[in-house]
Design a protein around this ligand. Structure first.
Ligand code: DGJ
Length: 304
């Protein structure tokens, strides 16, 4: 049976527990969607990266803790955020993580590998990509090449090409800034649709939500267009901060966090179809929807 998705509600897994899918990453592997999220049981510091799987994006089976707290970068007093996974062309899985100290001064990207999507992942270490600060991250893959999106507070939002083994960063493909040039966006995600790349990001407002933005380009190296809103201006993206936009069944799904800083573990999530085409990305509110609604998703301008 196809489950119903209710944007703005807490995600509950098949066992009735609050799914720890904060700062989520999603990939389709075979006939299932796998999702990895920050387990916020301890608040902002590290507990684990939790893994779940689903066939309909509504019903989530807990697959176990994919990466657990330990020593060094993974110590319980550290920040480990925004787990994102790519399936390497050789068939194994690489997890990318925002690794930080509790004061967010370390600003590094971490790498872990596993033979199966749910893990367990073996942590390999972290780096400052090409020497740059790296906080919020996203990933992208095309023709077997892996890319890392990474927010650098000094220089902007970088799109890096990964080394062939995906375990380090090789080169900067593009760096984008907010239109006023003040800084780059964070919580980045990138998709390709209809011959255009769509790069999404959120402004730098801590746990507070803001109007998330999109920029487009015909080439990953740019030029990237001026940024445009994706949801009604002033709605703070329906009170959410994006984590990923996921291609699903010919449509796309926006997934964002509605952070509740006093109890991050119970932060609700906003999952909505996002209409993408002709250089425009449009998020419209729905009280509920199912994966079946994505098939033949409406074009921008049509009523959802
Ligand atoms: C915004 C980031 O997008 C989140 O992942 C988290 O790091 C918060 N800042 C912490 O304030």
């Amino acid at each position: 049976m196809t489950g119903v998705i209710r944007p703005g509600e807490v995600i509950v897994d098949e066992a009735g527990a609050i799914a720890q899918l904060h700062g989520i990453g999603v990939q389709r592997v075979g006939d299932r969607f796998y999702a990895w999220g920050e387990n916020k049981a301890a608040g902002s510091t590290f507990t684990a990266v939790s893994c779940y799987s689903s066939t309909d994006l509504a019903t989530w089976r807990f697959e176990g803790e994919a990466l657990t707290a330990g020593e060094g970068d993974l110590a319980a007093d550290r920040i480990v955020e925004r787990p994102k996974v790519l399936e390497h062309p050789d068939g194994h899985f690489v997890m990318f993580l925002h690794i930080d100290s509790a004061d967010y001064a370390d600003a590094r990207v971490g790498f872990a590998v596993a033979d199966a999507p749910a893990g367990p992942y073996r942590y390999l270490g972290s780096e400052r990509p090409l020497g740059n600060l790296s906080r919020d991250i996203g990933v992208y893959q095309e023709d077997g090449v892996g890319y890392l999106l990474s927010e650098d507070r000094v220089n902007g939002l970088h799109l890096y090409r990964l080394a062939p083994d995906y375990l380090s960063v090789e080169a900067i493909v593009a760096t984008t800034l907010k239109d006023d040039g003040s800084h780059g966006y964070e919580s980045p995600t990138l998709i390709r649709e209809g011959g255009l790349y769509y790069l999404f990001g959120s402004d730098l407002t801590g746990w507070a939500m803001n109007d998330n933005m999109v920029s487009t380009a015909t080439d990953l190296a740019g030029p990237w267009s001026p940024w445009a809103g994706i949801a009604p201006a002033g709605s703070a993206t329906f009170e959410s901060q994006m984590s990923v936009v996921v291609p699903v069944d010919g449509g796309h799904v926006y997934i964002g966090d509605r952070w509740t800083p006093d109890d991050l573990r119970t932060s609700p999530a906003v999952w909505l179809p996002i209409e993408i085409g002709d250089g425009v990305a449009t998020l419209r509110w729905r009280d509920e929807w199912t994966i079946a609604d994505l098939r033949g998703a409406a074009a921008p301008g049509d009523d959802a």
